[in-house]
Ligand binder design. Sequence first.
Ligand SMILES: *[C@@H]1O[C@H](CO)[C@@H](O)[C@H](O)[C@H]1NC(C)=O
Ligand SMILES: *[C@@H]1O[C@H](CO)[C@@H](O)[C@H](O)[C@H]1NC(C)=O
Ligand SMILES: *[C@@H]1O[C@H](CO)[C@@H](O)[C@H](O)[C@H]1NC(C)=O
Length: 476
Amino acid sequence: MRRSCLSVLVLSFFVTLRTGAPSNISLWEHCSRFRVYLPGIHEDLLPWQDAEGISEDLIDRTTRLWGIGGKKRGNGLPLLIKGGKLYVLQGAERSIKDIWPWQAYNVIAYAYALQRLVERWGPQLPDVEFVLETADVPSTDLRGGAGAGGAKAAADEPASPWGTPHGRLPVMRHCKTAESADIAVPIFHFYQHDFDHSFLERIDHINKAHPWEQRNTRAFAAGSNYVREQDAVSTQRHWDGVQHGTKVEEVRKGFMHYVMDELRHPNITYANSTVPMWSWAANKMAIHVDGISCSSRVHQLLALGTVVLREQSGYFSFYDKLLTKFIHYVPFWRHRPREVEWAYNWVVAHDAAARTMAQRGQDFVRTYLNAAAIECFWALLWEEYARLQRFRPGYRRGPGGGGEREVPAMPVAEWIAKQEGIHMDFWATKSIAAIGSHLCLLPRPGEAGSPWDTGREGKPPLTCPPDRRVGCGCMP
Ligand SMILES: *[C@@H]1O[C@H](CO)[C@@H](O)[C@H](O)[C@H]1NC(C)=O
Ligand SMILES: *[C@@H]1O[C@H](CO)[C@@H](O)[C@H](O)[C@H]1NC(C)=O
Ligand SMILES: *[C@@H]1O[C@H](CO)[C@@H](O)[C@H](O)[C@H]1NC(C)=O
């Protein structure tokens, strides 16, 4: 199944959901259609574009602060790819007993997902060491504000991101702000929920069920409440209207009350209950309000063919540098929540442009957020990150550059197995081993595909009662 480099867009349209195991095709040829991600990756890596780059001292400090069992009680998993194999650095010291069960679930999901990715492409991947965090909140504010350590800096914790030694700690995380030092990566939800099959494969069906001209001229939202994290200056928000000047906290609940009790626009609705996302597609507009920080809902809404009216929360996902205001979505709440009415009016006044925008949103998620694209994003990121490493991954010279010694590294499968039995209250399952079989992962080399893929190949699909569906699998 060799793929030649035809026109990137045309090709990716057809192979979007063809995610079979890699044959002898080179990873870089396979991923060339996703190179549009590179400028965004370069931008995230800018803080380390200098002589020091990512030094062994810097990665050690990052692990000490943000690694599991580290000073900040972070959820960071320090990982090493060496010779096409994935390891957890100092795996014996990284136990999920030191983190909350829901974060353990996310960390384990990442461990399984990257294990599969490395298994698929092996030595084609560069040797890299990096820290992968699961918390929602950016770690380091490059302007030296909250999160940067500041006055709270401990002796071995650099006080300023631009000081000496500097505090620009490279942490990979699913969400960042414009001024945070985080390197944005795909969220664990892509592995825990089945975005390809639950959303991308249903796009044509949704469009047939809800042609644009039959959709209600209504802006709709619903759903669970979150307390917004606002440590970074660019994420701080205050209410207008009745609560004028008060800090936004329970962001969706507060916005619901604002819309329903104050704005009282007949065509702008925020339902106070959970409404299945499919039914949102009956409307021309979906209102997106982020959660604690970035919310996975934005790419789900883009798949519905509705125009997304998107809150400007100041938080960004790994794909955000490819999304453009008024091309893929209509922004609102840059300053005040009342901007939602302005966004609604814009769509009403520009129906044809809005329709095109909705289609572009769907095309975007179908082309750039399918499982193959996400896999390539990681590979492209590691390739660029590897260029900034000023040490041999997996080895240390120590201060003064003495003899090289190997860092203790545990094969990821061994590390995962060691975590069994520590937490027993995961959301999806009771065991670590079962998490792996429930994740939506691309097939191993030589494997035909996931259970759902098998269904698409003409064999009967895996039958699983809806209440037992977990990610790509079925609870026994
Ligand atoms: C891949 O390459 C190996 C050795 O280079 C060869 O033996 C094998 O047949 C190739 N497989 C495919 C699917 O082309
Ligand atoms: C609400 O939508 C209806 C139907 O599209 C329209 O007739 C009405 O003018 C809209 N109301 C406002 C205030 O925009
Ligand atoms: C939700 O809406 C229903 C009816 O629309 C109302 O009775 C109920 O009080 C509302 N709940 C909240 C929390 O606002």
